[in-house]
Write a protein that binds this ligand. Structure first.
Ligand SMILES: Nc1ncnc2c1ncn2[C@@H]1O[C@H](COP(=O)(O)OP(=O)(O)OP(=O)(O)O)[C@@H](O)[C@H]1O
Length: 261
């Protein structure tokens, strides 16, 4: 099996004629965990929305390939089937479909006909992963995300990740609204996924999550592009000193994407 690969080259994305992503390059391979950090409004969420194919986000330039295939030529469900996990691809609340039903059909959507996961194996895996994520077994039988608290939804997102076993995952603000115990549990789930067949991009505001998930690479996004990359020590410096030193280093006067440097 070849190593999973997501390659973003010179990506430019606009919303309503306003350019938000301005020439972004990033490559994620299996076995790697990357983190993107950056001030508010620099285009971090726009990046994940564009990759998931949100119709409001217009890709004006650049290429994105997933395992060598043009991502933007693939339908959103094809992207998931091929092994790209974007949390936003999955419905936030669905009445009448239980969490377990949803997970089983999402797993089977990635398998060939006749290779569907058996009910026994599915239940075994689900039990194991829910235990690891310290989730009460009743969550399996509740309607998808209905009435889940913010923290429970995030935990459920990690359960989806662990059950679906994608090749590459993009986790946008997975740490928002989590208390410290939930944060540790979410980190435990992502760490459990670490293997050469899995690559991950974590979009986060706080270095806090990165105390529990050590990224291989940290990227700083400003004004719609990656302006600095480094190792975990970069995230620690950002936590301690903020972004001003990078702006000074690069001669950036204003971090809002609406204005040119
Ligand atoms: N649907 C939209 N319509 C209009 N403007 C948008 C839309 N989505 C994003 N923007 C604008 O694009 C810019 C980048 O937003 P984005 O959410 O990608 O930033 P971010 O880096 O994720 O910010 P934060 O750290 O605050 O979550 C912002 O100025 C935002 O107002």
């Amino acid at each position: 099996m070849s190593t999973p690969n997501l390659k973003i080259e010179n990506l430019r994305v606009s919303i309503e004629d306003k350019e938000i992503i301005k020439g972004l390059n990033l490559e994620i391979n299996g076995g790697e965990i990357h983190a993107i950090m950056g001030p508010n409004g620099t285009g971090k969420s726009t990046l994940s929305s564009a990759l998931m194919g949100h119709p409001k986000y217009e890709v004006t330039e650049g290429n994105v390939t997933f395992d060598g295939k043009d991502l933007f030529e693939m339908e959103v469900d094809e992207r998931a089937k091929a092994g790209l996990f974007l949390a936003m691809q999955y419905p936030s609340e669905v009445s009448g479909i239980t969490n377990a039903d949803f997970l089983r059909s999402a797993i089977n959507a990635r398998r060939e006909e006749g290779q569907e996961i058996s009910l026994m194996k599915f239940i075994r895996e689900l039990d194991k992963k829910m235990e690891l994520l310290e989730m009460d077994s009743s969550f399996a039988h509740r309607y998808l995300n209905e009435g889940f608290s913010g923290g429970e939804k995030k935990r459920n997102e990690i359960l989806q990740l662990m059950m679906i076993e994608p090749k590459i995952a993009i986790l946008d603000e997975i740490d928002s609204g989590l208390d410290i115990d939930a944060l540790k549990v979410v980190a435990k789930g992502v760490n459990e996924m670490r293997n050469p067949e899995f690559g991950c991009l974590i979009i986060t505001h706080y270095q806090r999550l990165l105390n529990y998930i050590t990224p291989d690479k940290v990227h700083v996004m400003m004004q719609g592009r990656i302006v600095k990359s480094g190792g975990p020590e970069l995230a620690q410096r950002l936590e301690a000193e903020g972004y001003d030193w990078i702006k000074e280093e690069l001669g950036i006067e204003d971090e809002t994407v609406g204005q040119e440097a």
